[in-house]
Design a protein around this ligand. Structure first.
Ligand code: NAD
Length: 504
């Protein structure tokens, strides 16, 4: 049994779910295969109508669904409402694709012949999702999957399964044929079972890089289409000419929004030492009361709370300077009692009234420390200062601009020196340096004078990462269709005679 507890108030059980048995999973896979046979024949504009209906249901129930998401995931109600809005936007955007799903037409080298390429669905998909966006991420997968003509089984995170189940329920409420959208409950082993089955043809995973590697290995052995949206270690670079008020505001949101539990959260600040004190002092004052405010997000589980604390302690032992935070918020601070037990799938682990809160933390670190490369997934910002003195040559100290260029070069080297490549940001008023950074960042997302978080859904806004953050797939935007379609090229020879390509 999955006991889904409120991470802000551990005694509150939000929902309970039976773990799917292998017999049930086999049944779901069979249903998904059967439903695909007819669903793929429904014209795409008709398939899109179900997405529009689902968007309308979400809109009508927005308040209540946001409240549920807030309770199971812990994020503040305003952020929960934003996530439900993202579901609505995603369904509406991909409903529009029902009237497009463009292919190609090309020129033949022979007379009386045409060549067209169309996109076709692939088959049953399996979605494995993380807990931090329990509604939006399933919608990023479900919408392009369905409009393309595939069926799916969602295996939501065992730490926040309810919003995903509701998404499937709402899709079914629109009148989708049976077996097109299903949900399976359980932990990684349930996901793994679905992926290993020959019946599943597409796998889309949002989770840690370790999980992605395991899933990708299974998918590769079976030649399954596999989309991976994985971890991040995102950096914001701040140059001396930046608007420092904008920087501190952006860092409060980027590093401490959702308590740093976004794949795109800002976890490194790489900053010109000339403005470091002003930014760190400004940030420290802005976050001093955040930990006990109503807009602060709890950590999803006790296990994760302890992991964050251990990473911070390890960094301090390695020589990092603790500027503020660095502790589990104590009982009575609206925070957690470290003795309470984990949010768990084990019914025996009863909870207390407390939530799991970690104090907003700033560390000053060196780029070679372990925490500079490890994803923390918590409210911890590591500051790396760059002192111009260490990079001065005759050439680059001629003008302030030359100096800023030298600092930027080093900042970019550090920013790119992790295995991840999801989101980066640069704060400067110098358009040339901003654009040089945009070109040099090794990440799928780049923000100029904005925090590393806050992706939008839509045509040109593609979400996904480079390096160990993914395998090239994108969500949220138009190219999400690439995961759920395969190409078919159709050559039509109406010349009435045999024409041999490259010979006649
Ligand atoms: P996780 O990898 O522990 O779990 C994610 C999902 O994978 C869960 O549903 C889990 O049950 C399942 N799973 C675990 N092992 C599996 C296996 N061997 N086979 C199949 N399924 C398995 O991640 P999490 O703690 O839930 O989420 C946090 C991680 O997700 C962070 O690394 C974060 O950066 C990443 N994330 C990435 C994105 C993105 O779009 N790039 C978005 C949100 C979260």
């Amino acid at each position: 049994m999955i006991i889904n507890r409120n991470p802000a108030k551990n005694s509150e059980i939000v929902s309970q779910h039976e773990i799917s048995t292998t017999a049930e999973l086999d049944k779901m896979l069979a249903k998904s295969t059967e439903a695909f046979k007819s669903w793929k024949l429904v014209p795409a504009p008709k398939r899109a109508e179900y997405l529009l209906k689902a968007a309308n249901i979400y809109r009508a129930r927005k308040k209540e669904l946001s409240e549920t998401l807030h309770r199971e995931n812990g994020k503040p109600i305003e952020e929960a409402e934003g996530e439900i809005q993202e579901v609505i936007d995603t369904f509406e955007f991909f409903a529009g694709e029902g009237r497009r799903i463009y292919g190609m037409t090309g020129q033949s080298e022979m007379p009386g012949k045409s060549i067209i390429t169309v996109r076709e669905p692939i088959g049953p998909a399996v979605f494995i999702t993380a807990w931090n966006f329990p509604a939006a991420v399933p919608s990023w997968k479900a919408a392009p999957c369905l409009v393309s003509g595939n069926t799916f089984i969602l295996k939501p995170s065992e730490l926040a399964p309810l919003s995903g189940k509701i998404l499937v329920d709402i899709l079914n409420e629109t009148g989708l044929p049976e077996g097109v959208a299903q949900v399976a409950m359980g932990a990684g082993d349930v996901g793994s079972y679905l992926i290993k089955s020959p019946a599943s043809k597409i796998v889309s995973v949002t989770g840690s890089t370790e999980t992605g590697r395991e899933v990708a290995t299974i998918a590769a052995a079976n030649f399954k289409k596999c989309a991976l949206e994985l971890g991040g270690k995102n950096a914001a670079i701040v140059l001396a000419d930046a608007d420092l008020e904008l920087v501190t505001e952006g860092l409060v949101w980027g590093a401490y929004g959702t308590a740093g539990q976004r794949c795109t959260s800002t976890s490194r600040l790489i900053i010109d030492s000339k403005v470091s004190k002003a930014v760190v002092d400004g940030l420290k004052s802005k976050i001093s009361k955040l930990g006990t405010s109503r807009s602060y997000t709890p950590i999803i589980s006790y296990k994760q709370l302890v992991k964050i604390d251990a990473l911070v302690k390890e960094a301090i032992a390695e020589g990092a300077e603790l500027i503020c935070g660095g502790e589990i918020l104590k009982h009575g601070d609206r925070g957690a009692n470290p003795l309470i037990e984990a949010k768990s799938t084990d019914e025996k682990l009863a909870g207390s009234n407390d939530g799991y809160y970690y104090a907003p933390t700033i560390l000053k670190i060196k780029p070679e420390m372990k925490i500079a490369r490890t994803e923390v997934f918590g409210p911890v910002l590591s500051v790396i200062e760059i002192d111009a003195k260490n990079f001065q040559s005759k050439e680059n100290s001629k003008t302030p601009h030359n100096e800023a260029e030298a600092i930027l070069k080093e900042a970019l080297r550090i920013a790119n020196s992790t295995d991840y490549g999801l989101s980066s940001s640069i704060y400067t008023r110098d358009i040339n340096l901003a654009m040089q950074s945009a070109s040099a960042f090794e990440s799928g997302l780049v923000y100029i004078n904005a925090p590393t978080i806050g992706a939008e859904c839509g045509g040109a806004s593609l979400f996904g990462g480079w390096k160990n953050t993914g395998n090239g797939s994108r969500e949220g935007g138009i190219t999400a269709l690439d995961t759920y379609t395969q190409y078919k090229t159709i050559a039509i020879d109406y010349s009435g005679r045999l024409q041999r390509a490259q010979i006649d």
